[in-house]
Design a binder for this molecule. Structure first.
Ligand SMILES: NC(=O)c1ccc[n+]([C@@H]2O[C@H](COP(=O)([O-])OP(=O)(O)OC[C@H]3O[C@@H](n4cnc5c(N)ncnc54)[C@H](O)[C@@H]3O)[C@@H](O)[C@H]2O)c1
Length: 253
């Protein structure tokens, strides 16, 4: 219950990692707002978590992060009704995998908008309230791929680079107000996404990942959620501007 009563907003909360992040924050006593696309199954995830009878019910806000003006409005409405946000987790992302020649400029821009610019809009929206209440924690979800380990993901990796820059520069800017900004960089987590992207080659992918990791077991969504929970909680009160690799020792930079 170390986050009892804290207000948290998690984007992409219906996804493989998002659901676990929402659940672990809610288990720690936070009032969580789960943001995701209409049709993403957000309500089903909310109902499943709420069926456990946790202290505060998870709420959903549906919207499309590619509409930044709409997102700004939605964030304003959330703050008006819920009050200042204590914890923001910028987790939503899309991850197309194609050689650079195949992306149009529009494709590239769309990935930056959803994966990075939306995080900027949300940080801008929550920081004034965090300043008013004397602190807060922002956790951005990066990726192992930023270390240059996976091909054919230029727009995605560029957006993760932006998130790391946002993390460090904003941490410097808002630290004096008691606001911490960190980034969790997951390794390869066997979520639905992996099963979808690598359908038919799952055994091969599993063996390949294990060969690259120092630890010879696969990570789980819970492993990522635990790292987010740590960075969201006062247990990490002296940590800001940090990139936390949660990847079983694949990359140790
Ligand atoms: N799963 C992994 O192995 C892995 C590895 C490294 C990094 N990550 C990062 O972790 C985060 C979560 O990944 P995941 O595996 O849970 O992915 P996922 O695809 O399961 O979930 C992403 C969520 O974002 C939502 N989303 C996508 N576009 C949106 C939009 N336009 N507006 C609103 N919501 C939108 C989706 O509906 C989905 O619920 C991402 O930032 C991803 O880059 C994941």
């Amino acid at each position: 219950m170390e986050l009892l009563g804290k207000r948290a907003l998690v984007t992409g909360g219906a996804g493989g990692l998002g659901e676990e992040i929402v659940q672990s924050l809610a288990e720690a006593g936070a009032r969580v707002i789960l943001h995701d696309l209409p049709g993403s199954g957000a309500e089903a995830v909310r109902d499943k978590i709420n069926a456990r009878g946790l202290r505060h019910e998870v709420e959903t806000v549906l919207g499309d992060l590619s509409d930044l003006a709409g997102l700004k409005q939605a964030a304003g409405a959330i703050l008006d009704s819920a009050g200042p946000i204590d914890i923001l987790v910028n987790n939503a992302a899309i991850n197309p995998r194609d050689p650079i020649e195949t992306y149009s400029l529009e494709d590239f821009t769309r990935v930056q908008t959803i994966n990075a610019h939306a995080a900027f809009v949300l940080c801008q929206a929550v920081v004034p309230g965090m300043k008013e209440i004397g602190g807060g924690s922002i956790v951005n979800i990066g990726s192992l791929t930023l270390a240059g380990l996976v091909a054919d993901m230029v727009p995605y990796v560029c957006a993760k680079g932006t998130l790391l820059g946002l993390t460090r520069s904003l941490a410097r800017e808002v630290g004096p107000a008691g606001i911490r900004v960190n980034l969790v960089a997951p390794g390869a987590i066997p979520t639905e996404l992996e099963r979808r992207v690598w359908a038919g080659r799952l055994d091969e992918v599993n063996a390949d990942v294990l060969a690259r990791q120092a630890l010879k077991y696969r990570g789980s969504a819970r492993d990522i959620a635990e790292a987010v929970l740590f960075l969201a909680s006062p247990r990490s009160r002296f940590i800001t501007g940090h990139e936390l690799n949660v990847n079983g020792g694949w990359y140790m930079g």
